[in-house]
Design a protein around this ligand. Structure first.
Ligand SMILES: C[S@@+](CC[C@H](N)C(=O)[O-])C[C@H]1O[C@@H](n2cnc3c(N)ncnc32)[C@H](O)[C@@H]1O
Length: 286
């Protein structure tokens, strides 16, 4: 009878042949998912015989070999240390997006009143729910996640309830067109890819969560002027961009927020990834 180790080896070989970037890890995660155990338990069992029928496991290995992301196969993705449900209706949250949560949380902590923050294009709710969980005891921030996709919002609602972030409001709408403001913070990881940037690694994710018109900057070109009319003096905004858009993002932000402190910040790979905008307090009118 094969051992757990034999099964992992065979699945790893199958996935290596299909050009998975992390065949061994994928095999382990899928086996753990099917058996309902964690990886510590899997390692303990490696030398033991595995008697359970594994049809479901091999079916998932084949789907992974055809390119389906592990997160869609298991239905889970870790983001900011939290377990989020994901479906093919939502983007799979990326590690570089975690910085938006850290940056936004720092700004919200500085405010004594009840700051209002919107995560535009919330998808599975990763940013706004991570913010709510992180800030739970520190501020009474009013947190909203919005998206144009009802299917994505349904997943966000489930994540909100599972992670007990009940104070997060979810709204369906185009960018900030539904919002009356005023706001203290706008956070967004909107689609920013150009169609030429398509590659097989993103083939299973919803195109409307990935691609934007006008060289990938079209949604931010609409969002930034909306944010400018809604943000209070002293307010702030952070958006995740494609590194190729840094110059255009800077120019647009300077036009739209002429008195703000504007910066492009790098991600951990050193790529220009975040546009940050901080409005001066002295203009505070409301
Ligand atoms: C790149 S995904 C990001 C999801 C999530 N914020 C994250 O970081 O994992 C972009 C999201 O923006 C939404 N979206 C696209 N166009 C939009 C629009 N015009 N107004 C609101 N949301 C939009 C998509 O449905 C998708 O959920």
């Amino acid at each position: 009878m094969p051992t757990y180790r034999d099964i992992i080896r065979a699945a790893t070989e199958r996935l290596r042949a299909s050009h998975s970037d992390s065949p061994r890890l994928d095999a382990e995660v899928l086996l753990c998912h099917v058996l309902g155990i964690d990886r510590t338990e899997l390692y303990r069992r490696l030398p033991l015989p595995l008697a359970t029928p594994l049809d479901r496991f091999w079916e998932l290995v084949e789907r992974r070999a055809r390119g389906e992301p592990v997160a869609y196969l298991t239905g889970h993705r870790e983001f900011y240390g939290l377990d989020f449900l994901v479906t093919p209706a939502t983007l799979i949250p990326r590690p570089e997006t975690e910085y938006l949560v850290t940056w936004a949380a720092e700004r919200l902590r500085l405010r004594r009143d009840r700051p209002r923050c919107v995560d535009v294009g919330t998808g599975c709710g990763a940013i706004v729910i991570a913010l709510a969980v992180t800030l739970r005891t520190e501020t009474s921030a009013h947190l909203v996640g919005s998206d144009r996709s009802l299917a994505a919002l349904r997943v966000a609602r489930t994540n909100r309830d599972r992670l007990a972030a009940t104070d997060v409001h979810l709204v369906c709408g185009d960018l900030l067109s539904w919002c009356r403001g005023p706001l203290d913070l706008v956070v967004a990881n909107l689609p920013y890819l150009r169609w030429e940037q398509w590659h097989p690694g993103i083939a299973f994710e919803p195109p409307e969560a990935l691609f934007a018109p006008d060289d990938g900057f079209g949604l931010y070109a609409r969002l930034l002027p909306q944010a400018a009319t809604l943000l209070r003096p002293g307010g702030a905004c952070i958006v995740e961009i494609d590194p190729d858009q840094a110059e255009r993002a800077m120019k647009t932000a300077r036009l739209v927020f002429p008195t703000a402190h504007i910066a492009i910040e790098p991600d951990l790979a050193g790529l220009a990834r975040y546009l940050t905008i901080e409005l001066p307090e002295k203009d505070r009118a409301s």
